[in-house]
Design a protein around this ligand. Sequence first.
Ligand code: TYM
Length: 339
Amino acid sequence: MSDQGPHRKLVFSGVQPSGDLHLGNYLGAIKNWVPMQDDMPCLFCVVDLHALTNWIDPKELTQRTREIAAAYIACGIDPKRSSIFAQSRVSVHAELTWIFNCVARIGWLNRMTQFKEKAGKNSEKASVGLYDYPVLMAADILAYRATHVPVGEDQKQHLELTRDIAQKFNNDYGVPDFFPLPEPLILGPTPRVMSLRDGKAKMSKTDPSDYSRINLADSDDEIAQKVRKARTDPEPLPDTLAALEERPEADNLVGIYAALAGEPKETVLARFAGEPFSTFKPRLADLTVAVMGPIRARMEALLDDKAELDRILDAGAGKAAAIADPLMREVRRVVGLLG
Ligand code: TYM
């Protein structure tokens, strides 16, 4: 029997509405979700409870939650086939987190590198929620017994924790196969898109420099300017992948081109080997605008009709709760809660 036991295949993934969506979120995650809709049922969540782990203006949180839902649809998620919903609307996420808080070990959470990065030097001042964040993520996934979780590389450790929690719950309560051990799907040529200013740092919503990332909401001119200003080295593009290894900025731009074009990095190198960045960058800018421009336009149109977006989120929450509520009743029974 596989890691996932007898469970039906189901995809779950999510994005935090904590800042502007960027090319890393698109290439590392959302773009890879689209074809999965043909293969199995999919739930795509806007994880608004996660966004509370760092203070966020309430109005901004509401606005960004709708923006992310709009981005999902603009990128190709079909709300008729997949459930798009806000995490906070399905209360099982919070309830199951409590159960899992009592399963997960402090030592496991102490090893989470993303907490250390996000909390910075003064971790005593970080919220308890930020520390507990990966447990909420495990509840997100296991509330639906999801078997496949398409994410960027930075989420790999959190997925391992999810598997550990599932396994310990199954063992502790003597219910083998109650939860599946979900598979992280880290896909595409750029599972970790790097900052345009520093090829060793991840492209991130929270980087203070807007030039470090291409946002889904950026205009064509902004995109072109950011690509033009992206940090590079003085050498022309090489003809082998191995020659990119010591050149993180060059590697990143080639990876972005490959992911946007939907081709392997080798093909991009074969086309541009020996060319200087002054030739490559305008081609990359054109490609980025060609892919991202229509997504931005669709996103803007969707955000013009908030009532329709809210209807989609409502319907998505209904479909999600129809899976999560019965599961939660089973969990309560398994752990001995009367409810
Ligand atoms: P978040 O909101 O930081 O990012 C959303 C998705 O984008 C991917 N990603 C990247 N991929 C490649 N390069 C990058 N620079 C980059 N930056 C972000 C992330 O890996 C992620 O797939 N904890 C999650 C949200 C979450 C979740 C879940 C995901 C909550 N519950 C359950 C999957 C399943 C997060 O903060 O992602």
